[in-house]
Write a protein that binds this ligand. Sequence first.
Ligand code: PMM
Length: 269
Amino acid sequence: MGIVNATPDSFSDGGQYLDPEVAIAHALELVADGASVIDVGGESTRPGAERVAVAEEIRRVLPVVTALAGRGVVVSIDTMNAGTAVAAVEAGARIVNDVSGGLADPGMLAAVAETSADFVLGHWRGPSSDMYARAAYADVARDVTAELADRVRDAARAGLAPSRVILDPGIGFGKTAEQNWAMLAGLDRLVALGPRVLVGTSRKRFLSAALAGTSGDEPSITRRDAATAVTSVLAERAGAWGVRVHDVTATRDALVIAAAWREGAPWTA
Ligand code: PMM
């Protein structure tokens, strides 16, 4: 899953893709690089980010979703608002990606259930403005898996069958760096729950923090993308269905090489 943030303030690519033409061209490059899905977002979820009005969010994402879907690209809409989700699905998006798992907007689960879209249900314990206040776990992988199992039941009650749900452990959402690593180390527990699992580590601060320890400097984007390629391979090996990344080429190359290693032969498409 390649990321296109049509936002002025996302933490690693904010402001680059606000112009729809630039966002569309970038998305098509990511598809050429090997992305199977393009995730389009119009509201930053970085810690401390301000919420965006639904109308503004729709204004940012709709031209991009419409153009990509019109070209046959599988589009996912990254939003916590039911209104934006429905507008994007009407414009051709096939997946609704909600980092709050339907908790931020009480109408989200029922709204998505009425469409034919799949739903990425992220693990979330509250708005990014104060999410670290809620980062208390006895055992992160076990607690996140249990909370997501409850949410899968809530989704089913709202009409969203588990086969349409994709679970996301919400790396960086209500979790410290240590808790992110503990979650990834226990990812197989979440995979064992049954629904598909999506993992988003791309360029996140906990990766930078781990790399910074080796040199003391803020790692370059290139180094963070290399680290992301490694987490992509490890997520796939733990049974994840997908990974959400900025640099599709680095992740694709890493997955191709890992597959060749596993098969004992070069990977062929
Ligand atoms: N992370 C961000 C935004 N959307 N969606 C899913 N499903 N999983 C994530 O981990 C996730 C997400 C924040 O990262 P960004 O600002 O680089 O997009």
